[in-house]
Design a protein around this ligand. Structure first.
Ligand code: UD1
Length: 375
């Protein structure tokens, strides 16, 4: 496919709304393909430099054309502040189409703003379902899917979820997952990875990489304590880059002493994060995106959640363990099978596509602009 010739969109006609670190990673490929057609709108949901600017710079994205500075706050406040600000912007300068990605509060605000202004909406990473209605993300993704003119579903299974909810086939495009391209582009070479490990005093396959930030895990003192205790008990040292939410909660709940048995780091840039994950023995996480990323390098995962919107990898790349379950036992089962387990994972086909998802998403964007124009 000749990517350079794909985008024939009018300048700034595609409003790409994002607000969090993973949205930058997962939308970077599409934003680049859109070229001058892209109007980048950052809600400001993530506002620390390490959670936002570092990622925009790393993917060589321009400064956002519009920054809304929504910041932290309750879910209702983040959504309503972003919605009102987007509504004002769209009524002054109407884009031809709005693109949102995933399941964050910024995603749902962008989707509602498009809907309120009768602008076609493309939802990237559509059709994912955990069927766990305690997660705000589950509500956000259902709303975005049902408001979308075109749903870009990563897998056949995601497309089937949408059809089961009554979304007609002509509104669904199966694209693969855009994060596969982000990993392919940003995963450092093995020499650079060795260098990065050295900087952190780590040995290859001799540590467990971990990330925790989900509200249902870290906003609950009992759950967070169980997770931190488990990380401290593993047979290999656990490395934990601390999301601002997790850092704050550990302080609020007086769990600082448990962090001392873990190697905690500040939030990492994407290349360093990928390097450490790819060189770890195992990943223990509640992240969504990491579940896809780990299929590329590959590494086994213990996903500490009651449910996952990535069922494709459960039983192969991943073991799903509830936060109250035996995280240590699940991790040790993987560690006992190293390095054979990684060799076996390397043989598996990737369930998230061939690394051309952004180009397919671009086609969906162009088609939705065409179908909306009067001629
Ligand atoms: C959000 C998404 C989640 C996604 C995650 C990626 C929702 C409902 N959740 O969760 O799906 O996986 O982003 O990280 O949208 N904070 C800072 N600095 C920052 C960003 C956040 O201090 O740069 C603080 C906020 O003020 C807030 C807390 O961290 O107190 C949580 O941030 P928030 O944006 O509400 O949700 P995330 O946990 O990041």
């Amino acid at each position: 496919m000749d990517l350079a010739s794909l985008s024939k969109l009018a300048p700034l006609s595609v409003a790409v709304v994002l607000g969090t670190r993973p949205e930058v990673v997962k939308l970077a490929g599409l934003i680049r393909l859109l070229g001058p057609g892209c109007r980048l709108i950052h809600t400001g949901q993530h506002y620390d430099e390490s959670m936002s600017k570092v990622f925009l710079d790393e993917f060589e994205l321009e400064r956002p054309h519009v920054s809304l500075a929504v910041g932290g706050g309750s879910r209702a406040r983040q959504i309503s502040d972003a919605l009102l600000a987007l509504d004002g912007h769209f009524s002054e300068s109407r884009p031809g189409v709005v693109v949102v990605q995933g399941d964050t509060n910024s995603t749902v605000a962008g989707a509602l703003a498009a809907n309120c202004n009768d602008i076609p909406l493309v939802h990237i990473e559509a059709g994912m379902r955990s069927y766990d209605l305690r997660m705000p993300e589950e509500h956000n993704r259902v709303v975005a899917d049902h408001l979308a003119t075109v749903c870009c579903a990563p897998t056949e299974g995601n497309a089937a979820n949408l059809k089961n909810e009554g979304i007609p086939a002509h509104r669904i495009s199966i694209t693969g997952h855009t994060v596969i391209e982000a990993v392919a582009e940003k995963l450092p070479t093995s020499a650079a990875r060795a260098d990065l490990l050295g900087r952190y005093g780590l040995q290859p396959s001799a540590f467990v990489m971990s990330t925790f930030h989900r509200a249902e895990n870290v906003d609950n003192p009992v759950g967070l304590e169980q997770i931190l205790r488990a990380l401290g008990k593993l047979s290999l040292p656990a490395v934990l880059p601390l999301h601002p939410r997790t850092r704050r909660r550990a302080e609020d709940y007086g769990l600082g002493s448990l962090l001392r048995s873990i190697i905690t780091l500040a939030p990492l840039d994407y290349r360093t994060f990928l390097a450490l994950c790819a060189e770890s023995a195992l990943i223990v996480t509640d992240s969504g995106g990491v579940q896809v990323e780990a299929t590329v390098y590959p590494r086994p995962l213990v996903v500490v959640r009651d449910s996952t919107e990535y069922p494709e990898i459960v039983g192969t790349f991943a073991t799903l363990v509830p936060p109250s379950g035996d995280i240590v036992a699940a991790a040790e089962r993987w560690l006992e099978r190293m390095p054979v387990a990684v060799e076996e994972l390397s043989e598996l086909p990737n369930p998230y596509g061939d690394g051309n998802a952004s180009a397919r998403c671009l086609e969906a964007v162009e088609a939705s602009v065409k179908s909306a124009s009067p001629d």
